[in-house]
Design a protein around this ligand. Structure first.
Ligand code: ASP
Length: 448
């Protein structure tokens, strides 16, 4: 594989794709607004250039890109988690990893939501905004806690794999891996097969990452050609506040945590997270970004396979700091718009439910907003308030997803360091992992 096949690094190419997509999208919105759409008839069928370009080409290519990322998630999580657990020599380590990851994930989410509520109360984004009279939003019933636990265990693992039920896949893979570790020779033979499969899947991840600049371009062009930027007007303060707290938490909280727990320089973490964050931003899905998050943690940040294969899939399912931030600000905003005064006990309730809601939020676009219904119901706020913020949620969803996965990687680094499984030379080396990601597709045949 040639390393110098491209003038720009992959990160730069993805960034260029993203900015170009946003600009083209906004331009198309201007051109096609009202009367700009060119229509022509062929054999009695009327075609519109907007439909062909945006709903046809951009949308199809964008969906192909997301589908190819999602395609990798189940095999990657399953195989890498089996590799990670089957190589464990001490069985107690798994329990330790589990407790540390869940504890830290919940801790960071609680900080996130507390920050969000504090700034919400300080800035009061909802004061002066008219409560809508025609907003309608149906809330879903939250499942009971016992049911959540029961649902984590698969009754049919093949079904869990087919449905992509991440928590069930994690439990099954961990149990299978542990059994392999306990089996001696037969376990080792099967583990060898999974190790090879893992290497092949990671290769596929890098190949797909190399197509990202194009995928990101079409996704952004499609989104920004139809997004209602004018909605920002009345919701400006809400939007800006969520964005501000997301950035604050993403940069400050994670820096402090990383520095305190590991002594490492957070700048390296942020610089190395660029690709993964851009993926997250474009796809608005922690789950679809998982292959890139894993690649980043292992190849660039130096987190061992056994730690990253466990903490990251778990994080992409249960750790949603960005989502909790949106929910915190949204709760305060909706309470203010409807003129409801919440007491301290209510806010504590919001912290608790938003933390749990973020655990239950799937890493796919827009789910955080659905889970917000659960939080609002807990403190008797009108669930229809969600309809108020839906218009600007997509842009916030993109940003909060980038925060969600940065949180996952920060926690993975902290845990790896505490287990003595962080390759610090790799973490501190700014070029680490770059070779792996620069697959030159043009020369692929000759060189492979
Ligand atoms: N899109 C977010 C994620 O995948 C979840 C959400 O907040 O809707 O991380």
């Amino acid at each position: 594989m040639s390393q110098n096949a491209h003038k720009f690094s992959l990160t730069a190419r993805i960034f260029i794709g993203m900015v170009a997509g946003i600009l083209i999208g906004l331009l198309l919105q201007l051109i096609f607004d009202d009367s700009g759409d060119l229509r022509f008839s062929v054999f009695g069928y009327t075609f519109s250039t907007y439909n062909i370009l945006v709903d046809g080409i951009f949308s199809t290519l964008g969906q192909l890109f997301i589908a190819s990322l999602k395609m990798l998630v189940v095999p990657l999580v399953f195989v890498s988690l089996i590799c990670g657990t089957s190589s464990l020599t001490e069985p107690s380590k798994l329990g330790r990893l589990g407790i540390k990851s869940i504890g830290l994930y919940i801790f960071t989410t609680a900080i996130a939501i507390s920050l969000a509520i504090s700034f919400g109360l300080l800035v009061s984004p909802g004061v002066g905004v008219e409560a809508p009279t025609d907003a309608v939003y149906e809330a879903k019933q939250a499942p009971s806690f016992a049911q959540v636990i029961i649902d984590m265990f698969p009754t049919n693992p093949v079904n869990s794999l087919a449905e992509g039920n991440m928590l069930q896949i994690i439990i099954f893979a961990v149990l299978l891996g542990v059994s392999m570790a306990m089996c001696g020779e037969p376990g080792k033979r099967i583990a060898g097969f999974f190790e090879d499969l893992n290497t092949v899947i990671m290769r596929l991840v890098t190949i797909i990452m190399n197509l990202a600049p194009y995928g990101v371009f079409v996704l952004m062009a499609k989104l920004f050609s139809s997004i209602g930027v004018d909605m920002l007007g009345s919701l400006g303060r809400y939007f800006a506040l969520v964005l501000f707290v997301l950035i604050l938490h993403g940069l400050l909280t994670y820096s402090i945590l990383l520095k305190t727990f590991t002594g490492l320089n957070p700048i390296h973490l942020f610089l190395k997270m660029r690709d993964a964050a851009q993926f997250a931003f474009t796809t608005a899905s922690s789950s679809a970004t998982l292959p890139v998050t894993m690649e980043t943690a292992q190849n660039k940040l130096g987190v061992s396979k056994s730690v990253s294969s466990f903490t990251l899939p778990l994080g992409s399912t249960i750790n949603m700091d960005g989502t909790a931030i949106m929910q915190g600000v949204a709760t305060v905003f909706i309470a203010q718009v409807y003129g409801v005064d919440l007491a301290l006990a209510d806010y504590l309730m919001v912290i608790l439910t938003a933390t749990l809601a973020s655990v239950g939020t799937a890493g796919v676009p827009g789910v955080g907003l659905i889970m917000l219904a659960m939080v609002l119901q807990q403190v008797n706020l009108p669930v229809e308030g969600i309809a108020l913020i839906i218009g600007v949620d997509r842009l916030l969803d993109m940003t909060r997803t980038a925060v969600n996965i940065t949180g996952d990687c920060t926690v993975a680094c902290i845990i790896a360091k505490s287990e003595n499984e962080l390759d610090e030379a790799r973490f501190n080396n700014k070029n680490a992992g770059l070779k792996e990601e620069n697959v030159d597709l043009k020369h692929f045949k000759e060189n492979s």
